[in-house]
Design a protein around this ligand. Structure first.
Ligand code: ZN
Ligand code: ZN
Length: 106
């Protein structure tokens, strides 16, 4: 988060520099700030992977369960500890036919 030295408004990153949303004042983005932004984007990608359980197919045990998407009766399953502290391990399923992924609810 960076604020305009001219008018104090919040500045937005654009074309490799910060631009004031009010007066148009420009500030170069330092290398450290760029690295920080990359890290945030990377972490967000990881969160998505956890939710989708997007891992290599064919390495997990299978279970007979009906796919809610296509009605196929065989799915791979795995356990995943979710990020939020108050959730226990959750079982995920992925249909071996249509690759629909869903999680088990109590
Ligand atoms: Zn400004
Ligand atoms: Zn399916």
């Amino acid at each position: 988060m960076i604020f305009c030295p001219e008018c104090g408004k919040l500045m937005k990153a654009r074309d490799g520099k910060f631009v004031c949303t009010k007066c148009g004042h420009e500030e170069p983005i330092s290398k450290e700030e760029k690295d920080q932004m990359k890290k945030v984007a990377y972490m967000q990608e990881n969160d998505i992977l956890i939710v989708d359980g997007d891992e290599n197919l064919g390495t997990k045990p299978t279970i007979q369960i009906t796919c809610p998407n296509c009605g196929h009766n065989l799915a791979e399953w795995w356990l995943r500890q979710l990020r939020s502290a108050d959730e226990s391990e959750v079982r995920f399923f992925r249909c071996t036919k249509c690759h629909h992924t869903w999680r088990e609810y109590d």
